[in-house]
Design a protein around this ligand. Structure first.
Ligand code: NAD
Length: 388
């Protein structure tokens, strides 16, 4: 269950995590040794996570760090071995860690499981357990992959590099849902509600993220119609006062969905509520090419472990064939270094290595183009490792 890299095993991950200074992301001090929970998952999960760990090993060696990896079984494989998708022991391991790296879970083998015992339930339980309320998903196009961008060539060539910060545990998805019969017909109701503290904390995540980037936040709402959006706007404007160097603008969600395909280069950080974020982050991921390239981070209160994963699923159709693209998971590991361990230089070293490998023309099948070099998951991992 435990593997130690460039250091000795440590029994207690909790004491370190609690001693971290936390109020602001840029104040997070690098942790030594960092304890990372590793969920390999199902399908291509073990392949892509294996490559991401290899890249973390290369970072440990180059920068003189110690990472302790603790395995936390989750998903279909956990159902097979323990009868449940998220064993208590796995949750404890994740809660005691400095950050959780996840491949993906699920697959046809477990489709017949009762709804409460499906692999995805493990993921929901984990997100709840970690109390993550902010989901960060980048929309970044590698210039050499601009041919895979479905947008017009001149738009793609102007560059796409923004990040969607989505509120993850509030709004209409978590409001009351009911169906009743009124005047002889069924009426369905979903309640959308937001409290000040929920808006305030996600706004802080967005502004802190922008501080480390191009210092611009676009808050997306529907304030011309929704009361929750009017409160959202008011609180975001209040939080903005704490970040005088970050520019804030507001945009209605319908306009934002158009602007993402019309002029994506105008965005740096988009912050929005749960349902708008669900839709816009999917739109944003599509304009950059393959889903195999995109990481995500789910964050809770500063100082608590974040959850880092690629945005795709377990791809059972290519599992075990050395065909998966490990880049989304490798970039998720870079996010873990940046957001949970305060290792910005190390995160950038991984991102640079990925860029270099792509610039050199190496491609997995999902992003293959004529004239480029086709490689498998393992070789892609090795190439990136070598260039860290
Ligand atoms: P998927 O994302 O697994 O696959 C969709 C398509 O994209 C497939 O053709 C797949 O081969 C391809 N693909 C995905 N990741 C790739 C990669 N890294 N490299 C190359 N190609 C890649 O979506 P799906 O097929 O709808 O779902 C499969 C299983 O994954 C289901 O059981 C689903 O519930 C689960 N799932 C899990 C997560 C998660 O763990 N967070 C997220 C989504 C889906």
């Amino acid at each position: 269950m435990e593997k130690t890299i460039a250091g000795s095993p440590r029994d207690d991950c909790v004491s370190l995590r609690h001693s971290r200074p936390t109020e602001r992301r840029d104040a997070v001090a690098p942790r030594e040794p960092a304890c990372l929970a590793v969920i390999r998952g199902d399908g291509i999960g073990p392949e892509i996570v294996g490559e991401a760990l290899g890249v973390l090993d290369a970072v440990a060696e180059k920068f003189g760090h110690k990472f302790i990896y603790k395995e936390a079984p989750m998903g279909g494989n956990a159902i097979d071995r323990f009868g449940v998708p998220l064993p208590e022991e796995s949750l404890k391991t994740c809660l005691a860690s400095d950050g959780v790296l996840l491949g993906a879970v699920g697959g046809p083998k477990w489709d017949a499981q009762p709804p409460e015992n499906r692999p995805e339930k493990g993921l929901l339980k984990l997100r709840n357990g970690l109390s993550v309320y902010a989901n960060l998903r980048p929309a970044k196009m590698f210039p050499v992959l601009s041919a895979a961008c479905p947008l017009r060539k001149d738009i793609a060539e102007r560059g796409i590099d923004f990040i969607v910060v989505r509120e993850l545990v509030g709004g209409v998805y978590f409001g009351e849902h009911r169906t009743e019969t009124r005047d002889g017909e069924r009426t369905a109701t979903d309640v959308m509600s937001y409290s000040e503290h929920e808006i305030r904390r996600i706004a802080h995540v967005a502004f802190r993220t922008a501080e480390g980037r191009r210092k611009k936040v676009t808050s997306v709402d529907k304030a011309n119609v929704l009361t929750t959006s009017r409160l959202w706007r008011e609180i975001v404007e209040d939080v903005a006062k704490d970040y005088p160097d970050v520019e804030l603008n507001h945009m209605y969600v319908d306009n934002a969905s158009m602007q993402i395909v019309k002029e994506p280069g105008q965005f740096d950080v988009i912050v929005t509520e749960n349902m708008f974020g669900d839709i816009l982050s999917d739109e944003a991921s599509q304009i950059t090419g393959s889903i195999g390239l995109i990481p995500s981070a789910s964050l809770g209160e500063p100082g608590r472990p974040g959850l880092y994963e690629p945005i795709h699923g377990s791809a059972p159709d290519i599992a075990g064939q050395d065909k998966a693209n490990p880049i989304g998971t490798i970039l998720a590991a870079a996010f873990l270094l940046r957001y949970s361990l305060g290792m910005e230089t190390e995160a950038q070293a991984i991102e640079k290595a990925v860029s270099v490998v792509l610039d050199e023309g190496w491609r997995t099948g999902d992003i293959m183009e004529e004239g480029k070099q086709l490689v498998g998951c393992r070789e892609m991992g090795r190439l990136i490792r070598e260039r860290v």
